[in-house]
Design a protein. Structure first.
Length: 222
């Protein structure tokens, strides 16, 4: 049964103990963000991931080794434990929330999006919706972002992320995968809500969607 934790961004200047949990790669990425809000999201998501993995593995969160090797060979792929052991995990952040999912039953993908005005909605729909989906009535920003979270969660679960085309996936109105060209086979999606105006989704591989346990991660970051 997968678990999901939600928390708020954390200003790095107010939480040196969380910055100390990050490895050299993560600290470099953190420092590269110019906007404080982006730094706060990044820190909260990655520190929460390390705290959860440390608790699950009974290990020092700062000492957990992660492998980020992409299929291209560069270190910008989906992070995973360098030891290759369970649990699988996925992290996400947008707007006022960050999230982390852990699963002992295979890979998962988690995504959240802040509902906002989308001036380029038509272009985004052309990129994200399959030919079948584009024949349906047009979605407003919230409905489109709900579809986006479902598809990005699915792509994260495969490890491909946005390197794989979203428009290859056709979803039903409730999020069920109806077709996936060159996809991994059976896959499930569970809709979540990180908070007001923050639709989210968790996805994994297999025929049946599991029950998802949702937790408050804020106390872990204090």
């Amino acid at each position: 049964m997968p678990d999901v934790w939600w928390a708020r961004p954390v200003d790095p200047s107010s939480a040196p103990q969380l910055v100390a949990l990050l490895d050299a790669h993560e600290r470099t990425r953190l420092a590269a963000f110019r906007r404080p809000v982006d730094q706060a999201r990044y820190l909260a998501a990655h520190a929460l991931t390390r705290l959860l993995l440390g608790a699950r593995l009974d290990a020092d969160p700062a000492g957990i080794a992660l492998d980020r090797t992409c299929r291209c060979g560069k270190p910008h792929g989906k992070p995973r434990l360098a030891t290759g052991t369970a649990p699988a995990f996925s992290l996400t952040h947008s707007g006022d929330f960050v999230g982390v999912a852990l699963s002992d039953d295979g890979p998962v993908g988690l995504d959240v999006e802040e509902v906002r005005a989308l001036s380029d909605l038509d272009r985004l729909a052309e990129h994200a919706l399959s030919p079948v989906e584009r024949t349906r009535p047009p979605a407003d920003a919230r409905a489109f972002l709900t579809i986006w979270t479902r598809k990005e969660a699915l792509l994260k679960a495969t490890g491909e992320g946005l390197a794989s085309p979203m428009d290859a996936i056709t979803l039903g109105p409730t999020g069920a995968v109806e077709a996936w060209a060159d996809g991994p086979g059976a896959a499930w999606v569970v809709d979540l809500e990180a908070g007001p105006d923050h639709p989210a989704a968790l996805a994994g591989l297999g025929a049946a969607a599991p029950q998802v346990r949702v937790h408050d991660g804020a106390t872990l970051l204090r």
